[in-house]
Design a protein around this ligand. Sequence first.
Ligand code: COA
Length: 258
Amino acid sequence: MLETILMEKEGRVAILTINRPDKLNALSQQVRDDMLQVLAEIEKDDSVGAVVITGAGEKSFIAGADIGEFAGRTPFDQREAMASPRIFDVMAAFPKPVIAMINGFCLGGGCELAMSCDMRIASEKARFGQPEINLGIIPGGGGTQRLPRLVGLGNAMRLILSGDMIPAAEAKEIGLVDMVFPADELRAKTLELAGKIASKSPLTLRVAKEAVRASERLAIEDGIPYERDLFCLCFSTQDKEEGVKAFLEKRPAQWTGR
Ligand code: COA
């Protein structure tokens, strides 16, 4: 039982809830440590096919890094706090799909964590922003790099330089979130998608995520042959034989993850 993270399972989906509602689920060192621990356990757990991350309470997904921990910190303290492995990178490279289920404030490190996930699904009530500028700092969890890739340079500059918050509808319009639902439908809609994804072959999901993630760092002339290699790698699996056979026999495939 972890101090700051609740974990429940629905079918093959693990739902992780950051549980500090009185502090709007701010990312303290304890939250980051607990998150790394639970992700390490989920990585080894074959009964989990996909992960959903959300925040406790009605009000907030994650309202950023725990600002209280910044007071009086030296650069050396901060470097220690930002030592690898970092949750943002672990999430992006996690071998199972990770969905951010954004139920409220999604600010600073919270927005950066959401951007590290593979998909972002938000409540109509959610609000997004990178307010670090108001604290005399800049985003440090990948925000200056991931935000422009999602929303373009101008929108990223606007959010990071102004510190302004935007509503979910606008976040969807600029590409920061993928889907928006009324608050009372958020969980059901997110779990419907997560459940569908988690029912696929874990091995194929892993390879598909790896290929799509490669597009963040590779030029197209390198990305296309990389995709071809991963595509051919799928031909080494039992799940490829099963998937093709099941289609030809007009029956659902039985994935084994091998
Ligand atoms: N770190 C630490 N504590 C935080 C926090 C954060 N990032 N965000 C909110 N909290 C705490 C508040 O200090 C308050 O604690 P208290 O009740 O002990 O005083 C509690 O959570 C509730 O927040 P409050 O500010 O009272 O709620 P609100 O509805 O008036 O405002 C926000 C909500 C999100 C606008 C406001 O809390 C805020 O601006 N938070 C900081 C966002 C930020 O700058 N994040 C980037 C950090 S790098």
